[in-house]
Write a protein that binds this ligand. Structure first.
Ligand code: ZN
Length: 135
């Protein structure tokens, strides 16, 4: 995982029903173009990630989980509708939708992933590396 220097990050959804604190180096942002991200985010999804043990909830009162596949679940806000988390059951990491972070993030977009599933109404930035799957 590409990581940043140690910082404290905060992330919250629109209604603040989900709010987390991350004490960890968090990953730079990948844009995921898979069909599941399309259908849950309404567009490609920009995700950072951290080790789940370094993330703590300040509020999780509106958090619900949707089992989106055999290997992963997605956490969303039942009140404001935010798509917040992507969590592989067997991974120690949790992905957090980058737009939930408090700005400025000082992060960069380092990858476009699942580009085969990319939809036709937008173009990829040629300066961002493309990958079939997550690097
Ligand atoms: Zn919310």
């Amino acid at each position: 995982m590409k990581k940043r220097k140690k910082l404290t990050y905060y992330a919250e959804c629109l209604c603040k029903g989900i709010k987390v604190k991350i004490k960890d180096k968090i990953r730079h942002v990948s844009n995921c173009h898979c069909i599941q991200c399309m259908k849950t985010h309404g567009n490609f999804a920009a995700y950072t990630a951290c080790e789940e043990q370094n993330m703590s909830f300040i509020n999780n009162s509106t958090l619900r989980w949707f089992k989106s596949s055999k290997i992963a679940k997605r956490g969303f806000c039942v009140k404001c509708g935010a798509s917040f988390f992507y969590k592989k059951y067997k991974s120690k990491n949790i992905s957090i939708a980058a737009g939930m972070l408090k700005s400025p993030t000082k992060l960069k977009t380092y990858a476009n992933i699942y580009v085969k599933n990319k939809m036709d109404y937008y173009k990829l930035d040629p300066k961002i590396p493309k990958f079939a799957k997550l690097k």
